[in-house]
Design a binder for this molecule. Structure first.
Ligand code: P1T
Length: 408
């Protein structure tokens, strides 16, 4: 699609080939284990080697093997991961970055001063900070919108709006936004729709199939799944957007380390089974919390009490794959009660981040969303009594016993 983003003269095109589509007719877990990866042609090694090299020897100046001349531009281990994640999202091209926010920045680098972005009002605190404190200073205006309201989205577009950025489910209030509705509105305004799919993962939700142009992940979370690597990724099927984003990746240079790419390739192989266990545990815990006398309310996409439960089912496989591992709860009382609970859990570790096999608990108001201005937090309901759980894949009974001890 023709978009007034970077000048095409800034980019001379890529010769990069991709086999992200090679397994496109196969199921999710088959693609997770095989897409982007062939046994090593020289040794037969079944795992993609860690090509821990910064540069590649040329046969003659400019005559290179495949696309490889320098690892900031391309590296075989990274390329295998990029093709693998592209396949899982049903896209043609993947681009890996050194962190989730680096991947977000790459999309924002497509814009120029004077452009505006519709930004979902509830996003990760670091995303909010990036839009408001870094790119706003470069003249790219963020316009906060409650994207659960289609009329509010429609009214927010300006002639300058080039990008719509949404998380769904949102962090931390787990609002769910209609991706197909946003895609339609973005197209009507010749804007790009980017969906941060970190909470849902490609196992539960595929934004490209619903009309989004770009999917984003913090791979630090469920894609990595073991709390041992920071990373981010973008996936698109739009060749023009890919060329522009590839140019940003190459020029800005926020690429991941090769070891991280290897870890991610290993991790996506188990994504489906991990997500099923995260979802089963979280569902059990959400029901248990809902019935607890010291809990004011529970937000979980799998509960029928979730305000957008029908939409959740519509765009997340009808719930057949579960509803993910994130739960937001409001304790009765205030900060003292939340603090007491957060200090007492043992299996739920008190830490920022999410999506690992181990359970985490945190207080968004003080921790992950502290950089969101207090009035915005209050408007969104990120109160002192809001506690966020990232439910791991331990035994559910042990996790419930841990919460029981902590809530008292
Ligand atoms: O931390 P990093 O890999 O840079 O990813 C940023 C990011 C982007 N999008 C979403 C939805 C996120 O949740 C995050 C990071 N979030 C946390 C660290 C957190 O605890 O919520």
């Amino acid at each position: 699609m023709a978009l007034p983003l970077l000048s095409p003269h800034d980019y001379r095109g890529t010769t990069m080939t991709t086999n992200a589509n090679a397994h496109s007719n196969e199921g999710f877990s088959t693609r997770a284990i095989h897409a982007g990866q062939e046994p090593d042609p020289t040794t037969g090694a079944i795992m993609t080697p860690i090509y821990q090299t910064s540069t590649f020897v040329q046969k003659s100046p400019g005559v290179i093997v495949e696309d490889y001349d320098y690892s900031r531009a391309a590296n075989p281990t990274r390329k295998a991961f990029e093709n693998n994640i592209a396949s899982l999202e049903g896209g043609s091209h993947g681009l890996a970055f050194s962190s989730g926010v680096a991947a977000t920045s790459a999309v924002l680098h497509l814009l120029k001063a004077g452009d505006s972005v519709l930004l979902c009002d509830d996003v990760y605190g670091g995303t909010n900070r990036l839009f408001h404190r870094i790119f706003a200073q470069l003249g790219i205006e963020p316009i906060l919108v409650d994207m659960t309201d289609p009329a509010a989205v429609k009214a927010a577009f300006k002639p300058s709006t080039k990008l719509v950025w949404v998380e769904t489910p949102t962090n931390p209030t787990l609002k769910v936004v209609d991706i197909a509705m946003l895609a339609e509105q973005a197209r009507a305004h010749n804007a790009v729709l980017a969906v941060d799919n970190t909470f849902a993962t490609p196992y539960l939700q595929n934004p490209l199939a619903l009309g989004a142009h770009i999917v984003h992940h913090s791979t630090t979370k469920y894609i990595g799944g073991h709390s041992d690597a920071i990373g981010g990724v973008l996936v698109t099927s739009d060749a023009d957007l890919f060329d522009r984003l590839k140019f940003v990746q190459l020029s800005v240079g926020a690429v991941p380390g090769i070891m991280e790419c290897f870890l991610l390739l290993r991790s996506t192989k188990t994504l489906a089974v991990r997500m099923e266990r995260h979802g089963a545990n979280a569902m059990q815990i959400a029901h248990w919390l809902e019935a607890h006398p010291k809990v004011e309310s529970v937000v979980y996409p799998g509960l029928t009490s979730h305000p957008q439960h029908d939409l959740v089912n519509k765009q997340m496989h009808g719930g057949a794959r579960g509803y993910g591992g994130m739960i937001t709860m409001f304790l009765k009382g205030g900060l003292a009660e939340s603090r007491a609970m957060l200090e007492k859990t043992k299996l739920f570790a008190l830490a920022e981040s999410l999506g690992g096999v181990e359970s985490l608990i945190e207080h968004p108001g003080i921790m992950t969303h502290a950089s969101v201005p207090a009035d915005q937090r209050a408007k969104l309901g990120i109160s002192d009594s809001l506690v966020r759980l990232s439910v791991g894949i331990e035994d559910a009974d042990d996790l419930i016993a841990d919460l029981e001890r902590a809530i008292g």
